[in-house]
Design a protein around this ligand. Structure first.
Ligand code: TYD
Length: 138
């Protein structure tokens, strides 16, 4: 089968439940996000002009959502590149391991919540772009 060149990560809209008291948004494993959630972390207090990430993964799948503020995510699968704007708690980016990613343009109030399919393991990170190419170019 021919390998698709399309970026596999994708933006998903989730519904916001609201009433006169305010809003509520739910994320469930193997439902809203297509994996078991093993780890949760959030990036906040990001300084102006900071760009972070700069890696791909071997196996970790992630879901990114801004619970406050906004940021952008640059994705690169060696063939295609795209920039995704996260500016609403309704948008979840399902980030696949084979997409190199960089986060940038954080608003000062941005809280970027990340749900991950695996526990933290530095060995799962591919931080060297040359190595990323070697791993995913075949
Ligand atoms: P880092 O991977 O540099 O963040 P980014 O990829 O967004 O630039 O993470 C910053 C530090 O936090 C680094 O020392 C690794 C550590 N860390 C953990 O200990 N556990 C985790 O789940 C994550 C995501 C990072």
């Amino acid at each position: 089968m021919m390998k698709s060149n399309e970026i596999e990560s994708r933006l998903v809209e989730i519904s916001v439940l609201g009433d006169e008291r305010g809003l509520l948004t739910v994320i469930e494993e193997n439902n809203t996000v297509p994996f078991d959630i093993k780890r949760v972390f959030y990036i906040h207090g990001t300084q102006e002009g900071v760009r972070r990430g700069f890696h791909g993964h071997h196996k970790t799948r992630q879901a990114l959502v801004v619970v406050a503020g906004s940021c952008k995510v640059f994705l690169d699968n060696l063939t295609r590149q795209t920039d995704i704007l996260l500016d609403s708690p309704q948008k979840i980016l399902i980030l696949e391991p084979n997409d190199w990613h960089e986060m940038y343009d954080f608003s000062t109030d941005c809280v970027l919540l990340v749900l991950a399919s695996h526990l933290y393991d530095p060995e799962d990170y591919i931080r060297d772009y040359q190595l990323f190419k070697e791993v995913y170019s075949s």
